[in-house]
Ligand binder design. Structure first.
Ligand SMILES: [Fe+2]
Ligand SMILES: [Fe+2]
Length: 296
C-alpha cells in the first residue's frame, strides 16, 4: 500500500473576501502576519494542491493523510474554501484522513461551533467508535490486512496571540494506549497522526510556546508500537527524527508544508506485510509538478 503524508497547505482567502468584522484578538494578529508577508509564501497553495493531486494519480497513491493547518485564520469561509480545494485530493473520501491544526481552530468560536468537523467530518470517520472518548478522538482506521491509522487531536485555541502550542488531552492518550494494546492491531503497521511535533529535527522538544506541551507523554504512549511511524506537521520543513534513544522502535516524520514557497514537501510510504520504504517528495517549480526527491 502506498501512503502519502502531507501537511500545512495554509489555503487563505484574499484579504478582500475575509469578513473584517470577525477580525478580533488573535485573528487580528494572524491577519497582521499575513499582511506582513507571511501569506505570500502560501499564495500558490491552490496550484500546489492540484499538482499534488496529479502526483497522487501518477504514482497510484492508495491513502492520503493530512496533518492539519489547512487555513490561515480558521474562518468559516476559509474552511469552506479549503474543503473545496482539497476535494479532488480527497477522492475517494474513505482513503483520505485529515485532522485540524492550530490555524484551523484559531479561536474558541470555531471549536464551539465545531466548524472543522462540519466541513471535514466525512474524512474523520472512525472504525472503532468504542475508543472515541473525546468527541471523535482518537480516530482509528484499518486498511487492508497490514495498515492501521490512529489520529489524536493536539490542536486547541490559544488565548494569547504569542502562543501557538498544542496539547493532547490525557483522556486521548489513555485511549491511545488501550487501542495499541488491542490484539486486532497485532502485526499491523501503525501510523499515529497529530498536528504538533513531539520532537524537532535534532530530536529536542519544540519551544513551550510553539510545541506539543505533553510531547513526552505522547511519545511514552507510543512506546509499544513495533513498526510504523508518528506523523505530524506544524513545523514547515520535512524531517525525520529517530526516537530510538527515547525507547521507541519507530521514527517521527514531519511533513512540513506542501505549499510553502521554496519548501514544498511531503512523505511517501510504500508498505507491505514485511517492509516499509520511505521517500521524500518535493516540488519542481519549472514543471509545476511534485516528484520524489530522495528515498531513505
Ligand atoms: Fe502551519
Ligand atoms: Fe500549526
Amino acid at each position: 500500500m502506498r501512503i502519502l503524508h502531507c501537511s500545512d497547505p495554509h489555503f487563505d482567502l484574499s484579504l478582500k473576501t475575509i469578513p473584517w468584522k470577525k477580525w478580533f484578538g488573535k485573528r487580528a494578529i494572524g491577519a497582521l502576519n499575513l499582511l506582513g508577508g507571511r501569506g505570500r509564501y502560501f499564495d500558490n497553495a491552490e496550484a500546489k494542491i492540484a499538482a499534488l493531486t496529479r502526483f497522487k494519480e501518477r504514482y497510484s497513491v492508495d491513502l492520503v493523510l493530512c496533518t492539519g493547518d489547512l487555513t490561515a485564520l480558521g474562518l468559516t469561509a476559509e474552511l469552506e474554501n479549503a474543503a473545496e480545494l482539497l476535494a479532488p485530493l480527497a477522492q475517494p473520501p474513505e482513503r483520505f484522513i485529515v485532522i485540524p491544526g492550530n490555524h484551523d481552530v484559531y479561536s474558541g468560536d470555531v471549536i464551539r461551533g465545531d466548524h472543522f468537523h462540519l466541513y471535514f467530518g466525512q474524512y474523520m470517520h472512525t472504525d472503532w467508535p468504542q475508543y472515541a472518548v473525546d468527541g471523535p478522538w482518537p480516530i482509528v482506521r484499518l486498511f487492508g490486512e497490514h495498515i492501521a491509522v490512529i489520529a489524536v487531536n493536539s490542536a486547541k485555541p490559544n488565548p494569547f496571540p504569542w502562543r501557538s502550542d498544542g496539547h493532547i488531552p490525557p483522556v486521548q492518550l489513555e485511549a491511545l494506549e488501550k487501542i495499541l494494546a488491542d490484539p486486532r492491531l497485532a502485526d499491523r503497521w501503525i501510523f499515529v497522526m497529530t498536528h504538533y511535533a513531539a520532537r524537532l529535527a535534532d530530536g529536542t522538544p519544540d519551544k513551550p510556546n510553539h510545541g506539543l506541551r505533553n510531547a513526552d507523554a505522547f511519545i511514552h504512549a507510543c512506546r509499544s508500537i513495533e513498526r510504523g511511524a508518528i506523523l505530524n506537521g506544524h513545523i514547515h520543513r520535512c524531517y525525520r527524527t529517530p526516537l530510538k534513544k527515547e525507547g521507541l522502535a519507530i521514527d517521527l516524520y514531519c511533513a512540513g508544508s506542501v505549499s510553502m514557497e521554496g519548501r514544498e514537501c511531503f512523505w511517501l510510504f510504500d508498505v507491505d506485510a514485511r517492509q516499509m520504504q520511505v521517500h521524500r517528495g518535493g516540488y519542481d517549480p519549472d514543471s509545476g509538478e511534485f516528484r520524489i526527491i530522495e528515498t531513505l
